[in-house]
Design a protein around this ligand. Structure first.
Ligand SMILES: [Zn+2]
Length: 149
């Protein structure tokens, strides 16, 4: 079977398989933490087990590997020659599952954010992409608007 992955994609996949945390995930967590957000990890009871859960704001965030989740970027688009393979099927399956999970979560009142691996390669870009997450979570969690508990 042809190996169509870059080393980074392979290591991303391997950490997923081992159930560990990937580099892109750690970068996102570090940055959000530095921006003042607090979260739970791996919402095991939620569809798709979101990587980060902001319970108070009822928001979740997924960090997706571009290759495995078919991002429309250069890392997510392998050469056409690799399209008819086991891996292509797996990628399509992932993308479809992502869509179902998004729908299930949204239907249940969750706000869903997705962060792509390629965004995490550039700190400035990642910060810009995470800004809406921060303002959403802060906005919803601000004491003035909190109901009770
Ligand atoms: Zn990408």
């Amino acid at each position: 079977m042809a190996d169509v992955h870059t080393p980074e994609q392979r290591s991303f996949n391997m950490s997923r398989i081992r159930g560990g945390d990937t580099q892109p995930e750690l970068r996102v967590r570090r940055m959000l933490h530095a921006m003042g957000l607090r979260y739970r990890l791996h919402g095991k009871k939620l569809p798709g087990r979101p990587d980060l859960v902001f319970s108070g704001a009822r928001a979740v965030l997924f960090v997706h590997g571009c290759f495995w989740h078919m991002h429309r970027c250069k890392y997510g688009k392998p050469a056409p020659a690799t399209n008819r393979t086991f891996w292509a099927e797996k990628r399509r399956g992932n993308a479809e599952r992502d869509k179902r999970n998004r729908r299930a979560l949204a239907g249940d009142g969750w706000k869903v954010f997705e962060v792509w691996e390629c965004w995490t390669r550039d700190e400035a870009k990642l910060r810009a992409k995470l800004a809406p997450v921060v303002s959403y979570v802060r906005g919803v969690q601000s004491p003035a608007r909190r109901t009770s508990s």
